[in-house]
Design a protein around this ligand. Structure first.
Ligand code: ZN
Length: 150
């Protein structure tokens, strides 16, 4: 279990240092701003959606390692997925980090998102891990204003 934890830690640090899809998107169809005042995580999310498919996604901003890694991994996972699929993945991810995942659920089916399973032991960090996802949902709804975790 410790080895696994170290591996997860490594993946999170790697993504926070070298985030994927970390740039502004000039021709985005959906944008949203997310803010977690508890930690200071603050990101802009950019999406290009066509025919219900997330064709492209990127983000830019500043935050702790967990929030940045979560945003980075999220962008790489939802790119090319339908809005419906992205929402389903978020539901499972949310259950995972809040410790409410079904015992029979195969965590490996979440791919790299599984590295956040340890977050459920740190309730304060749940908001860091889910900020990008909440921002995604609001971007898809074209909800104006800042998505705050508070
Ligand atoms: Zn944070």
């Amino acid at each position: 279990m410790n080895d696994l934890r170290e591996l997860y830690q490594e993946v999170i640090l790697d993504h926070s240092k070298h985030p994927k899809n970390y740039h502004k998107m000039e021709d985005a169809t959906h944008v949203a701003e997310g803010y977690n005042p508890l930690c200071g995580d603050h990101f802009n999310l950019y999406l290009k959606v066509e025919d219900g498919i997330i064709k492209d996604v990127s983000f830019l901003g500043a935050g702790c390692a967990i929030s940045k890694a979560s945003a980075s991994i999220m962008t790489s996972i939802i790119k090319g997925k339908s809005i419906e699929d992205a929402e389903k993945i978020f539901q499972n991810f949310h259950s995972l980090v809040t410790g409410k995942i079904d015992k029979n659920f195969d965590i490996n089916s979440l791919g790299k998102l599984a590295v956040f399973s340890g977050v459920s032991e740190y309730p304060v960090r749940v908001k860091c891990a889910t900020l990008a996802w909440h921002t995604l949902i609001n971007a898809l709804k074209n909800k104006p204003g800042i998505t705050s975790t508070e």
